[in-house]
Design a protein around this ligand. Structure first.
Ligand code: T46
Length: 133
């Protein structure tokens, strides 16, 4: 359903640096990068799945939680370090919550933004899972 990827720190005595490169530590060609920040208290984001999109999420500052659901089981993951990323395949329902004030969630995607790739209704998501089996 997801894979946690440890990112190599290339830092030195001055501090830390992590590089993200497609087809190296990011297992797809990166077509789009966006970041979520300044999320208001108590807000839930996501609440959708993607038909085709694959994404890699890194919480580069602060923390948040993410609920992942593949239609059969659910897992809650705590994202609180810039040194690990989470690789999400398509057809995974996601809900992000408990954002700290300083949370910056960076997302790398293998496709350009396409609103038709979104499944915004949970029951429709379950139906699409069944038809893809
Ligand atoms: C996801 C989670 C982790 C764009 O114009 N371009 C973009 O590339 C994106 C991602 C969004 N938008 C617009 C669409 C909405 O008007 O930005 C607005 C907020 O997007 P959305 O409500 O989809 O944001 P989240 O935080 O609910 O979900 C986002 C991604 O959309 C989604 O792919 O997996 O982050």
């Amino acid at each position: 359903m997801y894979k946690i990827i440890d990112l190599d720190i290339k830092g030195d005595e001055r501090g830390s640096l992590i590089a993200l490169e497609d087809n190296s530590n990011i297992p797809f060609k990166i077509k789009r990068v966006y970041y979520i920040f300044d999320t208001k208290k108590g807000v839930k984001r996501g609440l959708h799945a993607h038909r085709r999109l694959k994404q890699f999420l890194i919480c580069v500052s602060g923390s948040c939680k993410i609920l992942l659901d593949n239609g059969y089981r659910q897992e809650n993951i705590y994202l609180n370090t810039p040194t690990k990323g989470i690789l999400l395949d398509s057809l995974i329902w996601r809900e992000m919550y408990d954002f700290s004030r300083d949370c910056v969630l960076v997302v790398l995607a293998n496709e350009y933004y396409d609103k038709d790739d979104y499944i915004n209704d949970y029951q429709s998501f379950l139906k699409e899972i069944k038809t893809n089996e």
